[in-house]
Design a protein around this ligand. Structure first.
Ligand code: SF4
Length: 355
C-alpha cells in the first residue's frame, strides 16, 4: 500500500476547504447542539454550553447514544449556571450509562470553574479553554472553532480516518499525528467552525469506518486513498495489544419485601463514587468466592463487561435475606433508574432477575 511515512508537507495535496464547505452547506447533519450553516451565515451563534456539553458526551460515544443524554441534561440544566448549581450526585445519576464517569465529575467541575472564575461565560480561545477541568486539546479546539471561528485544527477520530485515507498513510494514525494535524491546520478557512463540523460529518457519513462513498466526497479529486482502489484499508491498524481479563464476584441481596441492597463505590479508581451491588475485589485470576454472610446463596450467572483497558467477568450470586452490610442502603426496585448505577451493575442486577 501506498505512500511513504516520510512524506514531506510539500508533497501533500492541500485539502480543498471550499469544496468541503460547499458540501457541508448542502449536507450538514441536523444536531440539537449545532447551528446550521444557513443560520450561521445569518449571524446565529452557537451556544458554547451546548457545544461543550455535546463534545464531552461524544468522546468515545456515538451521536445516537448521546442525543437522549443531551436532551435530558439541557432540560434539567439549561445553562452552565444551572449545571454548576446541581448536586454532583444528580449529575452522576443522569450520566449513568454513558460510561467514563471521571468525565461526569470533570463536567461538573468545569461548569463550576466557568461560573466561579469566568462569570458563567466560557472562554473564547482554545488556549484559555484548555485551562478548564476535563478540556484537552481536542475539545478546546472544537469549542473555539465552532463557537468563535478560531482557525485551529479540530481533529477527532473521524477526521483522523479521513486524513489517513486522503494521504494514504502507510503507518497507523497515532504515529502520524503531527502530519495529520498539519494537513488539517493548513486548510482551515475563515469559516473555521463550519469547516471543523464539515470534516467531522464527512468522516461520520461519507468516509465512514467500514465504507467510503468516494463518489459523493468533496475530497475525491485529490484523495490518494481512493486512487489505491481500496480506501478502507486505511487507516492502517496498529498492532493490537491483547486486553487482560479480570475476575470477581458480585452479590445481589434481595430483601424479602423486594428491595435490593446497594452501596457506593470508594472515592478513587474505576467508577469512583458510583453505585454498585456489593462484591469482591477484581483480580487477574479467578478466586474462590468469599460470601459476605452465610445463607442460601445461588450462583445465577456471569456478567462480561469490557472497559478501556481490560475485560471483566463477574460471577453473580443472589440471595433473599434481610441482612444489610455495613455500608449501603436498601433500594426499591421501582427506584433503580434514579440510582447512579453504571451499566456493569445494571447487567449484574439483570442477571439476578431484577428489571
Ligand atoms: S475520496 Fe473516499 S477515501 Fe478519500 S476522503 Fe473521500 S470518502 Fe474518504
Amino acid at each position: 500500500m501506498a505512500q511513504t511515512a516520510s512524506m514531506q508537507h510539500s508533497e501533500i495535496s492541500a485539502i480543498d476547504a471550499d469544496a468541503v464547505l460547499d458540501w457541508y452547506d448542502r449536507h450538514a447533519r441536523d444536531l440539537p447542539w449545532r447551528v446550521s450553516p444557513a443560520d450561521r451565515a445569518r449571524g446565529v451563534k452557537p451556544n458554547p454550553y451546548f457545544v461543550w456539553l455535546s463534545e464531552i458526551m461524544l468522546q468515545q460515544t456515538t451521536i445516537a447514544a448521546v442525543r437522549k443524554y443531551f436532551a435530558a441534561f439541557t432540560r434539567l440544566w439549561p445553562t452552565v449556571q444551572d449545571l454548576a448549581a446541581a448536586p454532583l450526585d444528580d449529575v452522576l445519576v443522569q450520566w449513568a450509562g454513558l460510561g467514563y464517569y471521571a468525565r461526569a465529575r470533570n463536567l461538573h467541575a468545569c461548569a463550576t470553574a466557568v461560573v466561579v472564575h469566568h462569570g458563567g461565560v466560557f472562554p473564547t480561545t482554545a488556549a484559555a479553554l484548555r485551562d478548564l477541568p476535563g478540556i484537552g486539546d481536542y475539545t478546546s479546539s472544537a469549542i473555539a472553532a465552532i463557537c468563535h471561528d478560531e482557525r485551529v485544527a479540530v481533529v477527532d477520530g473521524n477526521v483522523d480516518r479521513v486524513i489517513a485515507r486522503y494521504l494514504a498513510l502507510s503507518k497507523p494514525v497515532r504515529e502520524e499525528k503531527p502530519l495529520v494535524r498539519a494537513t488539517v491546520q493548513n486548510a482551515v478557512p475563515g469559516r473555521a467552525g463550519d469547516f471543523a463540523q464539515a470534516m467531522m460529518d464527512l468522516g461520520a457519513t461519507i468516509c465512514a469506518p467500514r465504507r467510503a462513498n468516494c463518489l459523493l466526497c468533496p475530497l475525491e479529486p485529490d484523495c490518494r486513498g481512493t486512487k489505491t482502489g481500496n480506501p478502507v484499508a486505511f487507516p492502517v491498524p496498529p498492532a493490537k495489544a491483547e486486553k487482560p481479563r479480570r475476575h470477581g464476584h458480585a452479590f445481589v441481596i434481595r430483601h424479602p419485601d423486594g428491595k435490593v441492597f446497594l452501596r457506593q463505590r470508594g472515592p478513587k479508581g474505576m467508577l469512583a463514587k458510583m453505585t454498585e451491588t456489593p462484591g469482591s475485589a477484581w483480580g487477574d485470576v479467578e478466586s474462590v468466592v468469599s460470601l459476605p454472610f452465610s445463607g442460601d446463596w445461588r450462583a445465577v450467572g456471569e456478567v462480561n463487561h469490557t472497559f478501556t483497558h481490560f475485560h471483566l467477568t463477574l460471577t453473580v450470586w443472589s440471595i433473599t435475606a434481610d441482612n444489610p452490610l455495613d455500608e449501603g442502603w436498601w433500594a426499591e426496585e421501582t427506584m433503580l433508574d434514579s440510582e447512579a448505577l453504571p451499566s456493569l451493575f445494571r447487567k449484574v442486577l439483570k442477571t439476578a432477575g431484577i428489571r
